[in-house]
Each structure stands twice: as C-alpha cells, then as structure tokens.
Design a protein around this ligand. Structure first.
Ligand SMILES: [Zn+2]
Length: 307
C-alpha cells in the first residue's frame, strides 16, 4: 500500500526545490554580470550609510542618500531588464502564496494541502486529475438536460445540498463516469477534497487494511472517510469477500453519513441487482429518500461536446 504522507511531503519538497532552483539560476545569471554585481554592492553600502544617518537623525544626509539609493535601484532594475530578468524572478516563486509550498499556513493545514492530497491519492490509482472531464465538455440535449440541471444545482449548493448520497445507474457508455468526473472537477476547482476510486480498488484496499493493518493503510481509510465527496465508480465490479467488502462498504457509508459527508456511486447494476448483491441496510442507505437520490442515465447515446 502506498504511503501518502511520504508522497505529500516529497511533493512539497519538490515544489519548493523547483522554485528555489529557478531563483538560484536567475541569481547566477544576474551575478555573472559585472555591472549588476557592482551596483548591488553599492546599494548595500549606501543602505548601510542610510541606516547610520537615520540613527543619527541626520536629515540632510538622509535625503541625499535616499535619492542616490533610488537612482542605483533604478539602474539595477534596468540591468536586470536587459538580462531578461526582474527582481521577482530572483526570489523563489512558490505556487501557493499562502504557505510557500510547505502545506502549512499560520500553523494550520493550507487549502492547497487538501487539493494535493486528493491528487496524489488518485494518481496512485491512475486517475489523472488534470484530465478530468468538465461540465464545459458536455453536450446537453433533451435526454440529459434534466439530470445535468439536478447535478449542477447539487454542485452549486455543495456541501449543503440536501442529497448526501447520489447513485448513477446505467449501462456502460451512458456517461456515468463522465458525469462524476464533471462533478469531481467542479468541486476540486472549488477546493473541496474529492476522492474518486473504483469499487474494485476500494475493495482491494479494504482487504489489505483488514489483513495487514498498518499505519499507512489506516491513514488511507481515514482519507476516504474524511473526504468531502467520495465517488465510488463502478459499484458491482469488485469481488465480494465474505465479512469484509459489504461490511466495510456499509461502515464507510455510515461513518460518512454521521459526518454529513457526501458519497456517490456509479454502477451498471439495476436497483434489484444492488439489493441482491449487497445487504438490506446498504440498499436502504442508497434509497433513503430523505438524503439519497438515484439517477438512471438512460440516454440513447451520451456524447461529448465535440463528438
Ligand atoms: Zn498552500
């Protein structure tokens, strides 16, 4: 099983290193320029003089030193400009300005941490978050119009949408995965923590967790339970292992419900088949009208915008 904490800390350290390496590279270009080096030295010297004058409250000198310094700074800017650089480029340009790519901002976990968590988690299962389908890719027609309306409203009100469990039924090729990707991508863009996993991978993970309890596997289960939205793709494709699969699936659903978290399923199974394959309690959760919604995608042919 993969070690997510280690992967995340590696990701942050790579992000920082890449920003710092870039800044180092630009600094080396600037420092190889004779005039830049000379002027930078003069600026340091004059800044020191200025501090002294300010300490002595030597007003006459302060004014003159300030204007000399400004002139030098202007010259320094021009040299950088001629080198194709600017002062910003000489400092590391971190992707997240809130935490400088450390994952912590003001002693708290930064917003970007959640995003990377989902990203890395899913990359371990070969989901490429940068290539998820988006609502803008969808072709709305008379068949899918109503469903898209419901789904877009759901995303708009997330996480306060009344529906907490959403199940998409439909044969292969009816666009279930497409729709859940649109939802995932919409909510990820809004910085929600979304986990997309196939039922098969989830069942495999739960089996490993059950048989070889380890820190990393229990951490993964925690991530699944804590995610704002958990999407379990292709329910029914997983092997049912006695005393494990059904029990854990139900416990995940219960746990998430008690935390007011959202869970989504896609499946080729019909309602009757779900009832037969899983237990009554699981079925009852999915069909509980108070908080659950089942959408049957029966479009003749779902298509992408450009198809
Ligand atoms: Zn951040």
């Amino acid at each position: 099983m993969f070690d997510l904490s280690r992967q995340i800390s590696e990701l942050y350290s790579n992000l920082r290193k890449s920003a710092e390496d870039k800044a180092d590279y630009y600094n080396s270009i600037a420092n190889n320029n004779f005039n830049y080096k000379k002027i930078t030295k003069q600026i340091i010297e004059i800044s020191l003089e200025l501090s002294k004058a300010e300490f002595k409250n030597d007003l006459k000198n302060i004014t003159s030193l300030k204007s000399q310094k400004n002139l030098l700074l202007e010259k320094q800017d021009n040299i950088l400009k001629n080198l194709g650089l600017n002062k910003n480029k000489l400092n590391p340009n971190f992707l997240c300005k809130k935490c400088n790519d450390t994952g912590l901002a003001n002693g708290k976990v930064c917003d970007c941490y959640k995003k990377y968590y989902s990203k890395i988690f899913m990359e371990n299962f070969n989901f490429d978050l940068d290539n998820l389908h988006k609502f803008s890719d969808s072709k709305i027609d008379k068949y899918n119009e109503k469903d898209f309306e419901i789904i877009k409203k759901y995303c708009e009100h997330f996480p306060n949408s009344k529906t907490k469990n959403l199940t998409f039924l439909g044969k292969t090729g009816t666009g279930k995965t497409f729709i859940t990707e649109c939802i995932a991508s919409d909510l990820l863009d809004k910085n929600f923590n979304v986990i997309l996993i196939t039922a098969f991978n989830l069942a495999t993970m739960l089996k490993e967790y059950h048989y070889s309890f380890s820190k990393s596997s229990s951490e993964l289960i925690k991530i699944i339970n804590d995610s704002d939205l958990l999407i379990i793709d292709d329910l029914g494709s997983e092997p049912i292992i006695k005393n494990i699969t059904l029990e854990y699936f139900l416990s995940i659903l219960n746990e998430r419900q008690s935390l007011n978290k959202h869970t989504m399923f896609t499946t080729n199974l019909s309602k009757d088949e779900i009832l037969m394959k899983y237990n009554d309690r699981f079925f009852a959760r999915l069909t509980d009208k108070e908080i659950s919604l089942i959408l049957e995608l029966n479009y003749p042919n779902y298509r992408l915008k450009n198809n």
